[in-house]
Ligand binder design. Structure first.
Ligand code: HAM
Length: 440
């Protein structure tokens, strides 16, 4: 029978890789709490109309990348991103009535039916955050600086921050007209996709990688020529704040993004091009001051970002220790298994992670297993140890071996692993093993 395989573009993360995932997730959670963000968890499935309204009908995501389905009369979609759901939850729970400024972070799987390649998947993970209720450029700068720090924590090389301002809706409408006017005489030289976008979403042409399109937009007016006084002041203040913090950035007047909700500040951070190939954007975000009102909520300014966790893992040069447990308790033969189980339980109560060779295999194969688990200590309980109430402790780091009386084992191991905490508690527990409970 042909085995069933995972869906194309959706990957398993096996335990060997989980250490790296958790390390990045923990670094992110730590950055978030240092900056006063609290975690929010919203559903993976939302009403399709939410994404259509928030992200925009004429975007790649809504037009062709959403996993949508009908279920008992509801039109539903697997979330392609987290901002729309966060804004929906913010409105639904009237959060603005309880707090003037809200800082939320989230992580989890997102779904987009894109053509899979390295760093681009159909199920991928994002780590993101949103700030609701702060319209000033100070929090834009703080967010960008925070992200530069986070990527430094992850040891991501070649970080480049691109910033731009899209202006408000009116600015964009005026710019759109000017861009269409500039590109229409050159329409026949544009790529087929951009010829279509000229009618539907001309700003996306600025983002095209096609050389024909890049030539056509080279001389085009930029958004910056169209910013109104408020937009321009916001952008100037953002840059001044970044300068004050010494945060590196490059202004890219042609930076646009694939989601329609952005206003004013827009940013992307790239890194480690050679490892990620073409899609090297690690994270992106910006302001979306109109979305909350567009979704039927109050008029609340907002800004946020999301990082692709899969891409961060490719770009990060962090070394992650792979140890699964600190010790392996190795009984030699079936008679020693009971004693090994008690010893392992005592170790765990002292906060030491360990595995037990409950199959009672040969010493050689248990040492191999200890290596595979990254265990530093192997606690051997053989026939003679059982008879004299001792344990042999083999240290695979220092290549030493000690035979210890059973009641000396715990303090010795704790010290060897520099685990001073909970040792007294462990001794106490070991001295009074749990009573066997009678089963009815
Ligand atoms: P986005 O640019 O669509 O923005 O996605 C953010 C990040 O998610 C990208 O920079 C990339 O690292 C990752 N990503 C996107 N698509 C894929 C994929 N198919 N495979 C792997 N990684 C991917 C947003 O999603 C906005 N919600 C960000 C935001 C929050 N703006 C304001 N608030």
């Amino acid at each position: 029978m042909t085995p069933i395989r995972a869906v194309k573009g959706m990957n398993d993360v096996l335990p060997d890789q989980i250490g790296r995932w958790q390390r990045v997730e923990q670094a992110f959670a730590r950055t978030m709490s240092l900056h006063g963000f609290r975690e929010v968890r919203t559903p993976c499935v939302e009403i399709t109309a939410l994404f259509v309204r928030a992200i925009g009908e004429v975007t790649d995501v809504v037009e062709k990348e959403m996993y949508s389905f009908a279920h008992h009369g509801d039109e539903l979609t697997l979330r392609p991103e987290g901002t729309a759901g966060a804004a929906r939850a913010y409105i639904e729970h009237a959060v603005q009535s309880r707090e003037p400024v809200t800082r939320w972070w989230y992580g989890g799987p997102m779904f987009r039916a894109e053509r899979p390649q390295r760093g681009r998947y159909r199920q991928f993970s994002q780590l993101g955050a949103e700030i609701f209720g702060d319209e000033g450029p100070g929090c834009d700068a703080e967010m960008i600086d925070m992200l530069v720090g986070f990527l430094a924590d992850l040891r991501v090389p070649g970080v480049e921050v691109l910033v731009n301002s899209l202006g408000g809706h009116e600015t964009r409408a005026r710019y759109r007209l000017a861009l269409v006017e500039h590109l229409t005489p050159k329409a026949s030289s544009l790529s087929p996709l951009s010829q279509r976008r000229l009618q539907t979403n001309p700003l996306r042409i600025l983002d095209s990688k096609d050389e024909r399109d890049q030539t056509a937009v080279r001389e085009a007016p930029t958004l910056h020529d169209f910013l109104d006084a408020g937009d321009a002041a916001h952008f100037a203040a953002l840059l001044a704040h970044l300068d004050a913090m010494g945060t590196p950035y490059v202004v890219d007047p042609r930076l646009v993004r694939g989601l329609d909700y952005y206003t004013r500040t827009l940013f992307e951070i790239k890194g480690a091009h050679e490892k990620l190939g073409a899609g090297s954007t690690l994270l992106g975000g910006g302001r979306y001051d109109g979305m909350v009102a567009d979704l039927g909520g109050p008029s609340i300014a907002a800004i946020g970002f999301a990082a692709g966790l899969d891409r961060l893992l490719i770009a990060s040069e962090l070394d992650i220790p792979v140890a699964v447990v600190e010790a392996l308790v190795a009984p030699l033969g079936a008679a020693a298994i009971g004693s090994a189980l008690v010893l392992a339980r005592d170790l765990r109560r002292a906060g030491i992670s360990c595995d037990v060779g409950t199959r009672g295999s040969s010493l050689k194969s248990q040492l191999r297993r200890a290596n595979a688990l990254g265990a530093r200590l192997v606690l051997i309980v053989g026939e003679s140890e059982l008879a004299e109430g001792s344990v042999q402790v083999k240290d695979l780091d220092s290549h030493t071996q000690d035979r210890l009386a059973r009641d000396r084992v715990l303090p010795f191991v704790v010290e060897r692993l520099s685990k001073v905490h909970r040792v007294d508690e462990a001794r106490e527990n070991a001295a009074s093993p749990r009573e066997n409970q009678e089963r009815p």
